[in-house]
Design a protein around this ligand. Structure first.
Ligand code: ATP
Ligand code: MG
Length: 213
């Protein structure tokens, strides 16, 4: 989406967020009307600056036009592995029986299934990178079943490490997928590997998606 393609800002109620709302509208229109494959929006900024409010506008603009799945990181569950990615995919996972899950996820079922909580871990030890690759492939397949799809992750600074590692990898593989990924997180709140993963996500984002003042 070129910034010049941005259309009129919807009649939202947010003050001084014209640029962000234009980016949201253009991205959602592009995806839902089939002009664009989607992409990535990342909103960062300090507490209370309006990140969740902008994510609410994404849902409002997309209502009735695209499938929207949401998840949020939680301060008390940062150490629960795959918590955020499971939450995000919950609408798809609850409707999948084991036979369908196996069919849709194909070769990735054995690797990604345990991480998603839909399969028992097999005897074979899988390295963390293998799990990330499996999750990226599994989510890509779920996207193709439910497109056009918007995935929204709020408070990503509190997401568990495993989900952030997946997010960093997935953010770089969006090019050919009919999915819009929208992420919000506080600046400077994450540390260590979490901060590194969020930086990777940020580098893949479209311009004009920061709320920093
Ligand atoms: N541009 C705006 N116009 C009007 N109200 C706003 C705007 N931005 C934020 N608000 C209001 O300010 C409050 C805080 O916003 P919000 O919860 O979106 O912040 P946040 O960046 O998500 O904070 P946190 O990092 O704590 O999650 C909310 O009540 C929200 O509706
Ligand atoms: Mg918030």
């Amino acid at each position: 989406m070129a910034e010049g393609n941005a259309q009129a800002v919807p009649s939202g109620t947010l003050w001084e967020r014209d640029a962000e709302l234009a980016a949201v509208t253009a991205a959602v229109d592009g995806l839902c009307e089939g002009h664009d494959t989607g992409g990535l929006l990342v909103f960062t900024g300090e507490a209370g600056i309006g990140k969740t409010a902008v994510l609410g506008e994404v849902e409002r603009v997309a209502a009735g036009r695209c499938t929207v799945w949401t998840a949020r990181g939680g301060e008390t569950v940062t150490s629960v592995p795959f918590h955020v990615v499971r939450q995000l995919l919950q609408p798809a996972l609850v409707s999948l029986g084991p036979v369908e899950a196996r069919e849709y996820l194909g070769d990735w079922y054995e690797i990604a299934g345990p991480a998603l909580g839909i399969a028992q871990p097999g005897g074979r030890q899988v390295d963390p990178q293998g799990v990330v690759d499996g999750l990226v492939a599994a989510v890509s397949r779920l996207v193709m079943l439910h497109w056009p799809l918007i995935l929204i992750i709020d408070d990503a600074h509190w997401a568990d490490q495993e989900s952030l590692r997946w997010l960093a990898a997935f953010a770089q593989r969006l090019d050919d997928l009919p999915v819009l990924l929208v992420v919000a997180h506080r600046d400077g709140e994450a540390t260590g590997d979490s901060a590194r993963h969020l930086e990777t996500v940020g580098r893949a984002a479209r311009p004009g998606t920061s709320l920093a003042t």
